[in-house]
Design a protein around this ligand. Structure first.
Ligand SMILES: [Zn+2]
Length: 450
């Protein structure tokens, strides 16, 4: 007897298409697909709904402005309710990660409601020397390099440093990945100083002006060049500009680098003129409507491979939007609205195919980060992380109804169309009828292998 089966749904299997099939679950795994599955303890009728693999958000942050354990608990519940069943968390800092990771993983295993893996940012030669150890002890196979830093918080690293890091990633093999934040520091510095002189009280548009589009485009060229020379796999995080995405498309056509581009749901759905104002301050900044459209074109033609959120949770008290362009903190809680925002802007408004959208939200990040086919698909043997998606469901966003502790949303008062109805995590019904039915710690840390 099955523990769970999902019937009557339109089942999306990335790479294969949509099928009218039942999905059978036992011991946390998908064990059967077919027309007439055996009886199950619980049957979920997905009539009229899309059944998809749990989304994978490969790009989130936890514990930047608030306690890691607190955010690990509340924000992974927001993710879950939004149909995200696996997250990749970027960790940073100037210290060795070796003494920290064990206890962080213990926290993850006791607090998270989704499965979670780490990417480690590499800032120092000591950290670079330990990359192999991070893999051997903790199963970390992806590393991040910042071509530009955050003023007053941390500096970026040089091309020379990045090239050394890329060679180490290349030496780790095909399944190791270098993630890069692409913006040129010197172009930012000049623009930033000018904006600070002229409009220090600034708006979200001024904030965008302090981070010119060309700074992203230029840095993408350099990152691609360095990766070609070093021979590593490259993942460009949060591409936010039309210029950057277009340049990346040309590089990929002409070059032979194994390169992947990510954009985020915010860059695909909110522009710098939005009423939300400085609550949407972010690094890189939200851009213009031309960029939003340009990114969607690069989603459509498959230049961009995956969708993240770059979620940095916070509430209004931490955000301090009232402190103006310079005083407001960068980031926003966005996990629960990730899929609905992409479906609204891509599928409903622009007619981007559901297959394109869902593949970039599931199988692609799973493949890139070495989790496929355990994650990112609906297949016999895969983890039973399954979302029953109601594409037609409209919901007006009220941040107080979302699971994040954050008390604002980029979509406050806006209606998004396409929401998860049921989320199954590890074979259990985890989210249903607006409630969460698993305890913190039901998810776990994912060690990856090369
Ligand atoms: Zn980020």
């Amino acid at each position: 007897m099955l523990e769970l089966k999902v019937t009557n749904g339109n089942v999306f299997i990335p790479g294969a298409g949509f099928f009218q099939t039942q999905v059978g679950v036992k011991d946390g795994k998908i064990v059967m697909l077919g027309a007439d599955l055996p009886e199950a303890v619980r049957t979920i009728d997905a009539n009229g709904k899309t059944v998809m693999p749990g989304a994978i958000d490969p790009h989130i942050h936890l514990g930047i402005f608030n306690d890691f354990a607190l955010e690990c608990e509340s924000e992974t519940r927001a993710a879950l309710a939004g149909g995200i069943t696996t997250v990749g968390v970027f960790m940073g800092g100037a210290e060795s990660y070796l003494p920290q990771l064990g206890s962080l993983i213990d926290i993850v295993n006791s607090k998270t409601s989704v499965d979670l893996f780490f990417h480690l940012s590499i800032f120092t030669p000591d950290q670079m020397a330990e990359m192999e150890q991070y893999y051997k002890q903790f199963g970390v196979t992806s590393f991040k390099f910042y071509m530009a830093g955050v003023r007053g918080v941390f500096p970026g690293v040089s091309d020379g440093f990045i090239y050394e890091g890329f060679k180490k990633v290349a030496a780790m093999g095909d399944r190791a990945t270098a993630c890069v934040h692409c913006e040129d520091q010197s172009l930012l510095d000049v623009a930033f100083d000018k904006v600070c002189r002229e409009t220090p009280e600034g708006t979200l548009c001024d904030w965008a002006n302090a981070h010119p589009n060309m700074a992203e485009e230029e840095a993408i060229m350099r990152a691609y060049y360095l990766a070609q020379k070093a021979g590593n796999r490259l993942y460009i995080v949060h591409i936010s500009t039309k210029e950057g995405a277009d340049r990346f498309a040309r590089l990929c056509t002409e070059g032979d680098c194994r390169a992947f581009g990510e954009t985020t749901s915010a860059y695909l759905s909110v522009d710098k003129k939005d009423d939300i104002g400085l609550f949407a301050k972010m690094l890189p900044p939200l851009r213009g409507a031309t960029d939003v459209d340009g990114l969607w074109e690069r989603v459509r033609d498959n230049t961009l491979s995956s969708f993240g959120t770059d979620n940095v949770s916070m509430n209004r008290a931490i955000k301090q939007a009232e402190k103006g362009m310079l005083g407001a903190m960068p980031g926003y809680p966005i996990l629960q609205t990730h899929l609905p925002a992409i479906l609204t802007e891509g599928y409903h408004k622009r007619g981007v195919s559901l297959e394109t959208i869902l593949t970039k939200a599931t199988a692609n990040p799973a493949r890139i980060f070495g989790l496929y086919p355990q994650k990112g698909t609906i297949a016999v043997g895969s983890d039973a992380d399954i979302v029953v998606l109601d594409l037609k469901k409209e919901r007006t966003v009220k941040s107080e109804e979302l699971f994040s502790y954050g008390d604002f949303s980029l979509y406050e008062g806006k209606t998004l169309t396409g929401w998860p109805e049921v989320v199954i995590k590890g074979g259990r019904v985890a989210y249903e009828n607006g409630g969460i039915f698993i305890e913190p710690g039901a998810g776990s840390y994912l060690k990856r292998t090369l």
